[in-house]
Design a protein around this ligand. Sequence first.
Ligand SMILES: O=C(O)CCC(=O)C(=O)O
Length: 254
Amino acid sequence: MLTPEQIQFYKDNGYLLAEGVFTSEDIEECVRETDAMFDRVQQGGRQLEGTWRGKWQETQIPKEEIGKTSLLGIHNMQYHSAVFTRMLVNPKLAGIVADLIGPNVQLHHTKLHIKPPEKGSPFPMHQDYHYFPYEQDSMIAAVIYLEDATVESGCLCVMPGVHKQGPLPHEPDGLYLSPQKYPIENATPCEGNAGDVLLFSYLTPHGSYLNRTDHPRRIALFQFCSATDRRLKDVHISPGHGLMVHGVNPTPEA
Ligand SMILES: O=C(O)CCC(=O)C(=O)O
């Protein structure tokens, strides 16, 4: 359970780092399962490269490295392994999310990102709102750190308090914030340890730097929203969408 100070911090800043949510045993199991899942899927011939392209790259990647960085991603991990299903419904995580967005929490989608060593792609600053807008803006990301994350390894960086400005204009060539108006250097790095969870509103601008370390940077990212919120567009509807992870659905559609 979160303290009233942590809940107020989230309201004021649009993010919160919850420390030690998952045990080292949980994380070790998840890392083993992550690597096995990526191997299985790659052996099956699927392309997992997901580096975000666009003009913003010129501001976050040295010119000679553009096109050479890499970000591997898999969506809907709970359809690959029960380990991820258990993480998704972990009562401690679900309780924290309920403290922040209300008691009735449902799944929106899941994904797992690996930034390979030395050349792990960065992310431009952006708000997730533009990808899946909802009426009441209850949508929240829970990013589970699967190893210690630092600026050098490409941890998430957020802009505190900017969520209060609502949706901001995004660049048309890829839906990200202007790197000139919202440079990542102005964002707060959220360094943390394996097992910590970074929570942030879908209105909080966030991005990340290149992974320059000699080890991968892995994160599992779950998006949740209140069961009483409603989507504004029929977009980004993933398998498992609507699964209740805390409380009840007071107004089910079917
Ligand atoms: O993996 C990362 O560093 C950032 C992920 C992110 O910002 C997103 O998927 O919206």
